[in-house]
Write a protein that binds this ligand. Structure first.
Ligand code: ZN
Length: 220
């Protein structure tokens, strides 16, 4: 019987955040991503990409053979997906988890910053271009993001919960403004609920411990 896993993440962004959306705003080159109600959101793909990257780095540091995204050519095949692909999926193996956009828990005000785009082609004499970017106000904001999905058994679901919680807590910058030093994630709270019951932390600790020692709990 399939089991249902719901993971809720709550976190602070301690500085201004920018993630470019499709939304056009007059006078702004890059507007923040927003939902249908006009609320600023952290796109689901940003949340998922952030967690996946952290999971990849941590597991590789502990000696696990996990593939490095996002190039599909570097990813494992669908028959024997690695630990990261089992949870986050890849082009040949769909993720069991569906991620939702991150939404602010408080009203978030935004501001427009200006900057100068510097050409990557150093030798080319391209003129530097002034651009405008919409970001959240430079003050802490609290957000909620979640993902959920069905797993074939309790062990698989717990492993997914352990991987997401581990990646979430190992916080660093999130969003498109990463290289500009925007949007540091802090005070992450992770709540994983399996078939309606919260997974106690002591159930996740042995999984983290095994991973740290380079063991794959899937084989236990
Ligand atoms: Zn993989």
């Amino acid at each position: 019987m399939m089991v249902h896993l719901l993971i809720e993440l709550r976190f602070n962004l301690s500085t201004a955040f920018h993630s470019t959306g499709n939304f056009r705003r007059w006078g702004v080159d890059k507007a923040l991503a927003r939902d249908a109600e006009g609320r600023q959101v952290i796109p689901a793909t940003t949340v998922k990409g952030f967690l996946r990257e952290r999971a990849e780095i941590l597991l590789r540091a502990w000696g696990h053979a996990v593939c490095l995204g996002p190039e599909p050519a570097n990813m494992c095949d669908g028959r024997t997906p690695c630990l990261v692909c089992q949870v986050f999926g890849n082009p040949r193996f769909p993720s069991p988890l569906h991620f939702a956009d991150g939404v602010p828990l408080i009203e978030v005000s935004t501001t427009v910053r200006s900057g100068v785009a510097i050409s990557r082609h150093r030798r080319a004499a391209y003129p530097q271009r002034l651009f405008f970017i919409e970001t959240t106000e430079p003050m802490p904001t609290r957000w909620q993001a979640q993902c959920e999905g069905d797993f074939p058994d309790k062990n698989e679901a717990q492993k997914a919960a352990a991987l997401i919680a581990m990646a979430a807590r190992w916080g660093t910058a999130i969003g498109g403004g990463k290289t500009r030093g925007l949007g540091w994630i802090k005070d992450v709270r992770v709540k994983a609920v399996l078939n309606g019951a919260e997974i106690p932390e002591q159930d996740l600790v042995p999984i983290w411990q095994a991973w740290k020692e380079g063991k794959n709990v899937a084989e236990n």
